[in-house]
Ligand binder design. Sequence first.
Ligand code: CTP
Ligand code: CA
Length: 221
Amino acid sequence: MSLLNPRLDFAGKTVLVTSGPTREAIDPVRFISNRSTGKMGHALARAALARGAKVILVSGPTDLPVPLGVEYVPVTSAEEMYRRVRDYYRDCDVVIGAAAVADYRPRQFSQQKLKKGDSDLVIELTRNPDILAELGKDKGNRILVGFAAETQDLIANAVDKMHKKNLDLLVANDVTLEGAGFGTDTNIVTIISRQGDTTPLPGMAKSDLANVILDRISELF
Ligand code: CTP
Ligand code: CA
C-alpha cells in the first residue's frame, strides 16, 4: 500500500479498536495489570484511519501518543472499557479487540491504603466481563476480530476462543516467541478465520501486520 496513493477500502466504515492493558485497583495506590503496551492496538487504529475508516480507540493506560484523527476514549479498568465499548457498539461496523483485558479484578476495593501486617496477604479476585464474548452475543452484521495470547497449544486454544466469542477472525499470538507479543515492535502471528483457514505469517512490524489484518477484514465487507 503506497502512502501517496492509499487504498480507502475502509471509507464509510466505523472501526472500534481496544488497546493497551487494563488496571484493576486494589486500593488507592495499587493495581493488578499486565505487560501490554498498546503497540498493536494503536497500530491498527492508525492503519484503519489511513484507509479511510472512522476510528474509535478505547484504550487502557499506555505511554503511546494518541493517533491524530481517532476518537480517543481513555479507560482504566476492564469494567470501564466494557461500558465505553458498549456506548459505541451500535454504530460500529468492525470491532477489533487488541486490548489485554484483565480477566479478574479484586473483589473488594479498599478505600484506604492497605497496611501491611505480619502475616501473608490474600487478595480475592472476581471475574471481569469478557468484552468480546459479550459483543459476540449480539453481533448483528458486525465483523468481530480478536487476539489470542497463548504460551502453549497456540492453534487449538485460539480456534476455541474464536468460536466461544463468536468472532470472524482471530489473530493467534505465541507470546513466548522472541519478536512477538508484549512490548515489541514486531509480531509473529497466525490468522485464523471462522471459515477454518489458518494463515501463519512471518515476523513483521506491528504497523505492517495491522495492514495485513485489515486486508483480511476488508475481504469480509
Ligand atoms: N478479551 C476481552 N475481554 C476480556 C478478556 C479478553 O474482550 N475480559 C479479548 C481480548 O481483547 C482478546 C481476546 O479476548 O482479543 C482473547 O484474550 P485472551 O486473554 O487471549 O483470552 P481469554 O479469553 O481471556 O482466555 P485466557 O486468558 O484464559 O487464555
Ligand atoms: Ca485473558
